[in-house]
Ligand binder design. Sequence first.
Ligand SMILES: Nc1ncnc2c1ncn2[C@@H]1O[C@H](COP(=O)(O)OP(=O)(O)OP(=O)(O)O)[C@@H](O)[C@H]1O
Length: 309
Amino acid sequence: MITLDGLTKRYGETAAVQGLTLTIEPGLVTGFLGPNGAGKSTTMRMILGLDRPTSGTALVNGRHYAEFSHPLREVGALLDARALHPGRSARAHLLATARSNGIPAARVEEVLATVGLSGVARKRAGAYSLGMSQRLGIAAALLGDPGVLMFDEPVNGLDPDGVRWVRELMRSLAAEGRTVFVSSHLMSEMELTADRLVVIGKGRLLADAPVADIIAASSRHRVKVRSPHEDGLRELAARLHAQGASAEETAPGELLVSGVRVEPVGELAHRLGVPLYELSPQDATLEQAYMELTADSVEYGAPHPEAVR
Ligand SMILES: Nc1ncnc2c1ncn2[C@@H]1O[C@H](COP(=O)(O)OP(=O)(O)OP(=O)(O)O)[C@@H](O)[C@H]1O
């Protein structure tokens, strides 16, 4: 488990992270999203004790990273896949890391096999492609068999097979009860991989919720309802309006509801005795929901092509 409490980091005038308070739970893949410069890497660096918070705390399993005598057995991380000694082979790199954390050398062969690098383990890491470096970084994170794993952009540079492999690896690590915290800019991939999302913008928390809830909160998310009972549908629409949702009659006997998930609409229809011929979510994509959430937080946005014309 990772616990952030009022976590704040300032670099001079720049407030990189501002008062983040949240818990990243075990047994789930938690995606960490935010525009460039939002503070994701800074947050991860503070969790790993690589940056000192200006105020607040970042704890792993209730303790500061610096308190662990064998940190790699508690938390494994991939932050920068290229941060390797280029002259060392993958095996030598992993052996050195293992030795410094009291991890048996046999574990190196296991993680090399897990990430598919056994056949090239004697090659210089400097000659690796970006995708191979990512795999080596993931191997290093897994080395201590830790309960907490953090990955900063792990699919960067991977081919589609590699992307799918990372997705399955993240899911299986979470299924084993580990805490998996992963940042990415690839929304479609996050939609497939993550259970929960933490979204930040300009260092501040924008959302911390299950993926489905974040998508359902998008104004583009709709629920289509069809019934032959037009009076009943009108009553349903009025009740939904009263609950803060909006319901528009798009055709006789058809409503498009926004601002609410499909389940409460179905339950309300049942309570009102309105027979339904259709009750279907017209899902927004995570990308649409994310764009709405972060619209005011994008610092380095280019003008939209239509605004330039
Ligand atoms: N060492 C540093 N010194 C000064 N400013 C920094 C430093 N590290 C990060 N920052 C600033 O802090 C802010 C957050 O940066 P950070 O790298 O954490 O964002 P990010 O969400 O990881 O971005 P990206 O998606 O582009 O990787 C940015 O404004 C960045 O310029």
